[in-house]
Write a protein that binds this ligand. Sequence first.
Ligand code: ZN
Ligand code: ZN
Ligand code: FE
Length: 750
Amino acid sequence: MRLRIQITGLVQGVGFRPFVFRLAEVIDLKGFVLNDTSGVLIEVEGEKHALNEFLVRIEKEKPVLSKIYSLQHAFLERAGYTDFVIRESSEGGEKRVPILPDIAICKECLRDITNPKNRRFLYPFTNCTNCGPRFTIITALPYDRKNTPMKDFRICPDCEKEYYLPSDRRFHAQPNACHSCGPWISLYDCEGTMIHEKEDALEKAVNLIRKGSIIAVKGIGGYHLICDATNNKSVETLRERKQREEKPLAVMFPDLDAVRNETLLSDLEERALESIEKPIVIVKKKGDTLLADALSPDNSTVGAFLPYTPLHCLILRKLKKPVIATSANITDEPIVKDEKDAFARLSNIADFILTHNREITRRCDDSVVRISAERQVPLRRSRGFVPLPIVIPFSFDKPCLALGPYMNNTIAVGIDNKVYLSQHIGDLDTLRAANFYEETIYDFLRLFDLKPGIVVADMHPGYFSTKFGELHFGARLVKVQHHYAHILSCMTENALPEDARVIGFAFDGTGYGPDKTIWGGEVLIASYRSFERVYHLSPYRLPGGDRAVMEPGRTGFSLLYELMGDSAENSGLISLSQEEKSFYLNMIKKEINSPLTSSMGRLFDGVSSIIGVRHAVSYHSQASVELEQLALRSDETGSYPVSLGKGIIGHGPMIEMIVNDLEADLPREAIAKKFHNTIVKIIVFTAELLRTETGIAHVALSGGVFQNSLIIEQAFYQLKERGFIPIIHQLVPPNDGGISLGQAVYSQFI
Ligand code: ZN
Ligand code: ZN
Ligand code: FE
């Protein structure tokens, strides 16, 4: 197979290409390396394990003078290289200097702040040309100190000397600062009284965390809520105060060894944790762990990450314990980034607020990735990655703006052969989110100096984003079907050529279909130009429409109704109250606010409800996450029957057998596992049918359901075994966070 790596950084004129050449030779890989306008592009081919080794060693063994600011990688289909060559530099493409993401603290700066003899000992805003904030502090271009919040800090003679000395690591480091001239931290209580400053604030904050307090800490792209991850009471209090939120909470560990102590890590997971982007990596917890039970109850995984700013490093080094570090927000609202907001909105969650006076220009949440099928699948692409472009296999005629979906929103702009996705904006449910959305659109248009020639929106007439597109810009507005956009983004990031056709499985929560029903369990034959819906899940009703998202019991009941009709009302099969059952039955029968859907995501919810996992959830897809967790505990290999014909995937026979298994007291774990096996079987079997009909071997897997590691891994490996070429997401999320890429691409083929 082939590995494509796109690196930005100081990689030209420092012996980087010869280094890559030698490394490829040692590991015996074919392909090429070339300098382009923003760094180097590498493609290597060989066995998967050799490519993994190459990926790990390139960061570890790079030339001393080189610096990597970002590294995006994806495993692609073989291209058939026969040797390894250093190619001529590519002259084409845009000449613009890339705007860099925020870069995690470098080794040298870490040494400075931990060395008592260094003038930056314990200084939490230490940075150099190789590390520090970028995207979150740039107010305008060019990237210059006067165009950042650092303009408010008058540089001292020592720092200035470094800034103008070409041989210094801080030569032209725009946010360069020290104890005597730069920003500082302050610790406040919840009443807004400042209690400590500078080193005292750090010392005190660490002690408070150790004693069990919850502290809101201002980071690089917003505030985190931080508390001791080994203290069950603190974690419970945090959940309690966050309105009993049940989402899994991310844990920041002092160092890689500390992560190893509590979790089981593969090579690629270690690489992801240590990578320059420092994302949250979803990894498997050990059976006996120091981590608090309240952290992710009934969940065998944990979102782990390493400190990436000097401030986080200093806190974790002093504390010597893992901490919860979760985005500070009120449910479903954007992450808090300003002091005023922090005091107004976090003071009843946090006991103290550790803040600082370097302003955050734009918010940016932590990124989340998971290694599935030996690939790095992004679940949220934000800090560390944004605003790096996704290089696409063709060029835009006119620049476009993609407005994204409704949930998990990101927007994107497309210029030349690149698409720039925004940071995670989130669900557009709240006024604050809508404001952030609008801000981000204008922010991106300004940053990339763009007047869109074409604007792309989702087909859903009720979406805020769609309405927004209709009102603004004065450019041509086109609309694209949600699940087609999913498949397009998967095709694009896997560099499929313009004439490619795929069998696309868009297994998702919900999206508006051209037939005015809600789609979500779709099998498409797709090219960049058009798609045909060849199979879909047999439609069922969602009593209450969108309310079913947070109340899977509604879907569970509806699936039972499909099976047994009116008698579902009196069946003891689902532990809903009599009132609820009668209410839902009435809605379904009278078709009151009960749209038809073919959603696969909702099917997961419904099954979860039927087997008694959840009838109501506190965050999206909680029911399916818990269903997956159940399934992971079973080694059941059986599956359920489904019917396949006339373009319909019939789930009736499966629901019937699930009910039988429940009545026969089969453990829920086994039922959950059989259900997962069935979904994989549907994918493999349908793909076989369609390959026979069309001759297409490429199978694209996209949509929120493919965040499920069991489904994606099983589907991927089984398709591969049968000679298909499965393609999955590695650069943008399979969930709606990746939609804007597909939307942008769509604009060029209409
Ligand atoms: Zn540095
Ligand atoms: Zn200074
Ligand atoms: Fe979707």
